[in-house]
Design a protein around this ligand. Structure first.
Ligand SMILES: *[C@@H]1O[C@H](CO)[C@@H](O)[C@H](O)[C@H]1NC(C)=O
Ligand SMILES: *[C@@H]1O[C@H](CO)[C@@H](O)[C@H](O)[C@H]1NC(C)=O
Length: 205
């Protein structure tokens, strides 16, 4: 009898959980747009599970489809601006996070050096998937990934830290060719991202 009840319960929980997972496909949890640059084009970007839950999310499954139309120059630079939306008296405003340790927050670094930072955890599965090394030079080609598993450190944010870190983030990610002079575009790639970090699962902001 007990085992039947337990079975029924677990069945209901599975359905409810599955339902919530579908429900949580909210554009506020994650959205992106390609904002220019002809050399790298973003065709598709996604991850599961959404939303990102502090103190809980340990791994993500990344999906992406990126066209690299020309070999990247070795001195290509990526500039990242990360904003957090704060609410003051119910008035939202964006603050730009500083650059911490040269790689966290709003930083500029050489694309080739990014393979030696935590960015490698995000980039490398894409290159590995198409049988390329996780290092420079980055050659032209189509880079795809379908539910590639990456580990992320959100789980380390607990309690007060999770409370502080939760919220809406906007990031602009651009890649420039600093050796480019003269007419034409020095912008190689531009990506806008929005993601919501929540403190607890199914939390309504
Ligand atoms: C914060 O920045 C995002 C992305 O740039 C924008 O969509 C949003 O309207 C901004 N919010 C405020 C209050 O300025
Ligand atoms: C970040 O915020 C600043 C100041 O509000 C704004 O000028 C900039 O466009 C924002 N960038 C992003 C990526 O939201």
């Amino acid at each position: 009898m007990i085992s039947k009840i337990l079975f029924a319960l677990s069945f209901i929980i599975t359905i409810v959980h599955g339902h919530l997972l579908i429900e949580s496909n909210n554009p506020n949890d994650f959205r992106w747009s390609d904002c220019g640059g002809q050399i790298i084009r973003f065709n598709k970007l996604d991850f599961e599970p959404k939303p990102l839950v502090l103190s809980e999310t340990k791994e993500l499954y990344l999906t992406g489809d990126i066209s690299i139309n020309e070999d990247l120059p070795l001195d290509a630079e990526m500039t990242i601006v990360v904003n957090k939306t704060l609410n003051y008296d119910n008035d939202p405003y964006n603050i730009t996070l500083p650059c911490i340790d040269g790689t966290f927050g709003s930083c500029t670094l050489k694309v080739c050096d990014s393979f030696k930072t935590w960015y490698n955890d995000l980039f490398c599965p894409f290159f590995q998937n198409i049988g390329r090394p996780c290092s420079c030079p980055i050659q032209a080609g189509r880079v795809t990934l379908n539910h590639g598993r990456v580990t992320v450190p959100f789980e380390q944010f607990k309690g007060f830290l999770a409370q502080m870190a939760s919220g809406d983030y906007n990031a602009k990610f651009i890649i420039n060719n600093p050796g480019h002079f003269g007419p034409g575009d020095n912008l190689l790639a531009c990506l806008m991202l929005h993601a919501r970090l929540v403190e607890k699962p199914n939390q309504q902001p």
